[in-house]
Design a protein around this ligand. Structure first.
Ligand SMILES: NC(=O)C1=CN([C@@H]2O[C@H](COP(=O)(O)OP(=O)(O)OC[C@H]3O[C@@H](n4cnc5c(N)ncnc54)[C@H](O)[C@@H]3O)[C@@H](O)[C@H]2O)C=CC1
Ligand SMILES: O=C(CO)COP(=O)(O)O
Length: 346
């Protein structure tokens, strides 16, 4: 059994810690807030994040050095905004780079337009891109913590690292697949949050299932369009971290992105919504990044553009719906045909 440090004691870090503890691993759950570490160790609960008892073999740490000493794997699960800071703090604390490095965060950084693994590679001494593994897929922490059936994908350009991660996490309620398409897996996980904001907005406006199905389907088309322009395997978008995660985030009441979108659709302002959430809503920053990415790659992303206008230009959501419904007439299969062509040339 392995010693594993999970860095980030929010809902997802805690749920992944539970999976690892169920598999018999020695789990050190690190948080940057001392009072949270003390409370977890005392009560075996993570108040404000998950309504579940945390197994006693999970120990919470506030001291990063103690948390990572002699570990065989490090799982980074902080909001994308905090990735660089956490990696910088790890430098100098690790005596070697032998620990497998896995991240489970979903986002893209505005301006630099970097994926999480690229930020980790830039910041962490001793680790190369091929050393990093991403874990992604349709997996709300609330259900994983209750051991409800869940499937995810772990990906690394180095297949053997993905297999190490698969072996660490897989169990009877948490099924783990492998992939080598880091670009597709990370982009699928990050970009679906934008569409989930849109699904929440649509529900908040009082629209129904037809509108949501349209958002999911056309959202997938634009995710795949941007993703393939950046070198992703288009088939990844048909998998768990693609359409799978898109479905769960657009339809689940657990989704922070859906819930934030829902409040926006009901007329609340972005700042009020983010204040109310108390948990990270990754789709907001990723919308900015994807909007910039679409311009750079000269890729059409009409839904992303509309969400960007609602979030950052104070555009009325109803006007955005009108704008989307009145776009130029198109043939639906244009996108699919382009995708199929790119699959055939791979
Ligand atoms: N909650 C979920 O069901 C899932 C979340 N994710 C992803 O996992 C990542 C984390 O999400 P959640 O756990 O839901 O967030 P959360 O909002 O529940 O918790 C985030 C945690 O990170 C900590 N944190 C914030 N800034 C920090 C910093 N500078 N240094 C160290 N720690 C810091 C916070 O104190 C908090 O404990 C996000 O990228 C999210 O998209 C992925 C799959 C499922
Ligand atoms: O990525 C997730 C589920 O797979 C979590 O999505 P939310 O951040 O919207 O809750």
């Amino acid at each position: 059994m392995a010693k594993v440090a999970v860095l980030g004691a929010g809902s997802w870090g805690t749920a992944l810690g539970i999976v690892l503890a169920d598999n018999g691993h020695d789990v050190r759950l690190w948080t940057h807030r001392k009072e949270q570490a003390d409370a977890i160790n005392l009560t075996h609960k993570n108040e404000n994040y998950l309504e579940i008892m945390i197994p006693e073999q999970i120990k919470a740490y506030h001291d990063l050095q103690e948390a990572i000493t002699n570990v065989e794997a490090i799982v980074i699960v902080v909001p994308t905004k905090a990735i660089r800071e956490v990696c910088k703090n790890l430098n100098g604390l690790l005596d070697s780079s032998s620990a497998t490095l896995i991240h489970a965060s979903k986002g893209i950084e505005p301006i630099s337009l970097k994926r999480v693994s690229q930020m980790i590679e830039e910041e962490m001494e001793g680790y190369q891109y091929e050393d990093i593994v991403v874990l992604s897929g349709p997996s709300h922490a609330e259900e994983v913590a209750k051991r409800q059936p869940t499937t995810v994908t772990v990906s690394s350009v180095n297949r053997s690292n993905a297999k190490i991660a698969q072996d660490l996490f897989i169990n009877e309620s948490f099924r783990v697949y492998t992939s080598t398409d880091m670009v597709g897996i990370e982009l699928g996980g990050a970009l679906k949050n934008i569409i989930a904001l849109g699904a929440g907005i649509s529900d908040g406006l009082g629209y129904g299932d037809n509108a949501k199905a349209a958002l999911i389907t056309r959202g997938l088309a634009e995710i795949a369009r941007l993703g393939t322009s950046l070198g992703a395997n288009p088939l990844s978008f048909l998998g768990l971290p693609g359409v799978g995660d898109l479905i769960v985030t657009c339809t689940s009441v657990h989704s922070r992105n859906w819930r934030a979108g829902n409040l926006l659709g009901k007329g609340n302002k972005l700042e009020e919504v983010l204040d109310q959430m108390g948990m990270v809503v990754e789709g907001v920053r990723t919308t900015k990044a994807a909007y910039q990415f679409a311009k750079k790659q000269q890729v059409e992303m009409p839904i992303t553009t509309g969400i960007y206008q609602i979030l950052f230009e104070d555009k009325n959501p109803k006007d955005v719906v009108e704008q989307l419904m009145n776009r130029n007439k198109r043939e639906e299969m244009e996108d699919l045909a382009a995708l199929l062509r790119s699959i055939n040339t791979k």
